[in-house]
Design a binder for this molecule. Structure first.
Ligand code: ATP
Ligand code: MG
Length: 508
């Protein structure tokens, strides 16, 4: 890595009289504080050159290589110079300003097309080399580590160029025997016809009439009684507003900001402040949006995207006793909302869904054991109770798995850190060989990603964590797509959990 900087020190008074001392100071600095003892020549060192004294300003250029960054060198110089000039010449360093800064670094993969990142004046890229150009960089910017993050972002964008259009990574790990489906209709359409399901009043939401509500609740009972409790999970209930600081830590804030439903608090609860809004509603029978916005605070949270964020938050900064590991909890209280937009589809891809999310925190060995237990219970449910045709697929591409995860573990290819998707054949979409199967749930181990982000600790061992997303709408739709909506066709295992359906309402 190479850093080239043009900057200046602003002194408290004219520096002409001290010019010789200033030049001598930089000469000495080049040989001492800007060199790391024992470093190879040309590595981990900085050099000041092109010094120009102009009134109370000292213009300098600094170049550096390796781990000593030019901006760190500049801050080092500021401190040492302040001590030197203060004593001998009664000059103080008022400010240090970077007028131009270039950072040149090697990329893992060659660039395919230009990239840009915020705060950069330009990003010059050529094959495997990138140069960030920055102007007017202030101290706060340097101290907050933005430059390193900008470098990482350039690298990430270039790496992604190599995966564009490659589709999702997918490796089937296990498949059930094939099962003869009872029908090949789209269950959503069939249920809408019967009025078991009705489109909700807002985008991507359904009203579940008693029949499908009973089916979904039966799925929930199966998940809790046949999977979670036997696998050792305890129920918790968490709030379903998630503040931005949780998503900043979990990565959702940069990962899925385009899928979040945001939450705004009223700016005030004082009715007087709302009076005009209230009066306008009474007269116009419309919502005066501009008046509403004026009475709202900017969003500071969103509706639950996945429960794990708030669950991790609830353990943050805590040290968990060895005797309490692994922690195994699940939430089914928070409803998930996602802005699916053009992807919305039937009951299986909606903007509001009901999901149970077990979260597990423990040592690596404990989590591998939890996963094994969960998978065994899931197999029992999908094979013996729901009698599905389904499969498990490893879907973590290695380049993504490495992001923030335990690199070593992923690279050993042991399938430890990563995600398993559980998929079911949807006969209405076409043949089992050619059609797209539905992901009806998943199960992940994420290594230290969230325990690090939320600073969750154990007495001795490193903690890993993971979670599984049990989508109840997806369980139901996978089941109904294969077994139909006539209870007479349903497997006995499921009928034990739902012996009969509630009566239908007749409409005139
Ligand atoms: P997809 O690739 O289908 O969008 P995802 O990777 O976004 O799924 P996760 O965030 O991993 O899903 O959520 C886990 C589970 O939550 C899914 O397996 C599914 O059961 C459920 N789920 C996710 N999005 C929806 C949705 N829009 N409607 C219904 N269920 C959903
Ligand atoms: Mg999704």
């Amino acid at each position: 890595m190479q850093f080239d900087l043009a900057g200046r020190f602003v002194l408290s008074a004219d520096a002409k009289a001290a010019e010789a001392a200033i030049r001598a100071f930089f000469e000495e600095a080049n040989a001492t504080i800007l060199k790391r003892k024992g470093a190879e020549p040309g590595t981990d060192e900085a050099r000041v050159h092109d010094v120009r004294v102009e009134g109370s300003t000292i213009h300098v250029k600094v170049e550096s290589k390796g781990r000593l960054r030019a901006h760190d060198a500049l801050l080092r110089l500021r401190k040492a110079m302040g001590e030197k000039l203060g004593k001998a010449h009664r000059l103080g360093v008022r400010d240090v300003i970077i007028d131009a800064y270039e950072v040149t670094f090697e990329l893992e993969k060659p660039v395919k097309h230009p990239v840009m990142v915020p705060f950069a004046k330009a990003v010059r890229v050529e094959d495997r080399t990138a140069t960030l150009e920055l102007a007017n960089v202030d101290a706060e910017f340097l101290e907050n580590n933005y430059i390193d993050r900008m470098i990482n972002l350039v690298r990430e964008k270039v790496n992604l160029q190599h995966y564009e259009g490659k589709g999702e990574y997918h490796r089937t790990m296990w498949s059930s025997p094939s099962k003869e489906p009872r029908w090949d209709r789209n269950p959503t359409e069939a249920m809408v016809e019967r009025d078991w399901l009705k489109q909700g009043p807002t985008k991507g939401k359904w009203v579940f009439r008693p029949q499908i509500a009973a089916i979904i609740r039966a799925m929930e009972r199966i998940a809790v009684e046949e999977v979670l409790k036997p696998a050792g999970f305890q129920e918790i209930m968490i709030p379903h507003h998630v503040p931005f600081d949780v998503w900043l830590k979990s990565g959702h804030m940069h990962g899925v900001p385009n899928e979040i439903y945001y939450v705004s608090e009223p700016r005030t609860r004082d009715v007087a402040e709302w009076q005009e809004f209230i009066d306008l509603v009474k007269i116009t029978r419309k919502v005066p949006t501009d008046k509403l916005l004026a009475n709202l605070s900017p969003p500071n949270a969103g509706i639950c995207y996945a429960q794990c964020g708030n669950i991790y938050w609830s353990f943050q900064q805590r040290t968990i006793a060895d005797a309490s590991l692994p922690v195994q909890v699940f939430d089914r209280a928070a409803v998930s909302n996602r802005y699916e937009s053009g992807g919305r589809h039937g009951m299986e891809r909606v903007d509001e869904f009901h999901r149970i999310e077990p979260v597990y925190i423990g040592t690596r060995e404990q989590l591998l054991d939890v996963r094994e237990k969960l998978v065994a219970r899931y197999k029992h449910v999908f094979n013996e109770i729901l009698d599905l045709e389904w499969r498990m697929a490893w879907v973590t591409p290695f380049f993504l798995a490495q992001e923030g995860h335990d690199k070593e573990v992923v690279e050993t290819d042991k399938l430890e850190v990563g995600t398993i998707d559980f998929e079911a054949w949807m006969p209405y979409r076409g043949s089992r060989e050619e059609s797209e199967w539905l992901e009806f749930q998943n199960l992940s181990i994420v290594g230290k990603k969230y325990t690090d982000a939320f600073n969750i600790k154990a007495q001795r061992a490193d903690l890993w964590s993971g979670s599984s997303g049990i989508g109840l709408e997806r369980w139901a739709v996978a089941f109904l797509a294969q077994k139909g909506i006539d209870p007479a066709d349903w497997p006995a295992g499921f009928r034990k959990f739902l012996p009969e359906l509630p009566k239908e309402t007749q409409f005139l």
